[in-house]
Design a protein around this ligand. Structure first.
Ligand code: A2P
Ligand code: 11C
Length: 351
């Protein structure tokens, strides 16, 4: 069987990678449709050697489509994905629109793809910072159990979309030209004030909740619990986060501090588990200054782990440093991996 695949948000930072990941996937593609806003209608993009003309996304765009890979923002997903499902298309969504919906599986292949069987038309891709953290912790969780996770993130600007990325590059040029740095988007277009990111750090990703956490921090906490416990017994693990935007183009870094249930765990065994897990790459030779870095992870599908070490003051507690390409591992690759799992399990149909 071959599939008609639509990419919603094909012109975006994640969209361009959805196209290349689909090209390299095992999914048998009959035809593709590239959808974006009205602004991009008529633009020409490539799929393999074929020229594809971008169309404005409307509910009718999804007639005769089997599979939708979507990354055009939460508002667009909320409007259009139910229309796609109505027309029989199965949607893998990169946005936060449906992640916490109890009818929507939140999937990281290699961690919980068995939950795909429950899908009702929409499957959610977790937030990029959640994916790389849970991917790195999962083998540790399976072998020793997890009590608590305390994470501090160092997130690249590309996570905020192409326009925020352009804004930071422009600010870097402004600095070189000794001009004032202009900020109209970051930390987020959804809030009132804007600050330069170039040569700066912004401890705000997304908007603030009433309890003083940002929505990005909220996502890391609640998505992690949903993925590991499928919404049942989520109090079994304590998760807390501080998310910071850093002037890096691609590749989120995360300092992950965690405590395990089984206190017999040692750092060398944790390193071994990581080394043996497909999709994880151990880069951990302090004496040779080998550790994960965004510039090294950019363009790769793997999750890179290093600086694994025990907290010498607290038995059963460890640190590690996790880096992944947020646009690939945290978005496009995970989405296409989900789609491949759906194809392999013959689940590309709306029940
Ligand atoms: P467009 O390029 O036409 O604006 P990014 O995350 O890099 O900012 O990309 C966002 C993606 O979502 C782009 O492909 C963008 O298309 C698309 N998009 C934005 N608004 C809409 C909309 N109303 N309908 C469909 N696609 C949209
Ligand atoms: C960022 N993690 O780096 C965000 C981007 O929920 O899919 C992804 C937002 C999301 O800004």
């Amino acid at each position: 069987k071959k599939y008609v695949v639509a990419i919603l948000g094909a012109t975006g930072a994640v969209g361009s990678r959805l196209i290349s990941e689909l090209e390299q996937s095992s999914i048998p593609v009959k035809d593709v449709k590239f959808l974006a806003s009205k602004r991009s209608a008529g633009k020409k993009l490539k799929f393999n050697d074929q020229e594809v003309i971008v169309e404005e996304a409307t509910p009718e765009s999804f007639e005769n489509v089997d599979l939708v890979l979507s990354s055009a923002g939460g508002t667009v997903s909320k409007q259009l994905l139910p229309e796609a499902v109505k027309r029989g298309a199965v949607c893998v969504d990169n946005t936060s629109a449906f992640r916490m919906d109890e009818n929507v599986p939140l999937i990281i292949p290699g961690v919980n793809e068995q939950q795909l069987i429950q899908h009702k038309g929409i499957i959610a891709n977790p937030n990029c910072s959640t994916i790389q953290m849970v991917a790195a912790l999962f083998p540790i969780y399976q072998r020793w159990g997890l009590e608590q996770i305390i994470v501090s993130t160092y997130q690249a600007v590309s996570g905020a979309g192409q326009s925020a990325w352009n804004e930071m590059l422009q600010q870097a040029q402004e600095r070189l030209d000794n001009e004032e740095l202009v900020a109209n988007i970051l930390p987020t277009a959804a809030d009132k004030k804007h600050y330069p990111l170039a040569f700066n750090l912004l401890p705000q990703i997304d908007v603030f909740e009433d309890d003083g956490y940002t929505h990005e921090e909220w996502k890391m906490i609640h998505e992690t619990k949903k993925i590991l416990f499928n919404d049942q017994d989520s109090s079994r693990i304590k998760v807390t986060a501080t998310c910071v935007r850093v002037p890096v183009e691609i590749g989120h870094g995360e300092a992950v501090y965690f405590t395990v249930e089984d206190k017999s765990a040692v750092a060398s065994e944790i390193q071994l588990e990581i080394e043996q897990t497909p999709g994880l790459v151990l880069q951990d030779k302090p004496q040779e200054q080998i550790y994960p870095q965004p510039l090294l992870a950019s363009g790769k599908r793997d999750t890179f782990v290093g600086r694994v070490r025990a907290d010498n003051e607290n038995p059963g507690a460890f640190h590690m440093w996790v880096v992944a390409d947020n646009l690939l591992r945290g978005a496009a690759s995970n989405t296409v991996d989900i789609a491949e799992c759906l194809v392999k399990r013959d689940l590309v149909r709306v029940p």
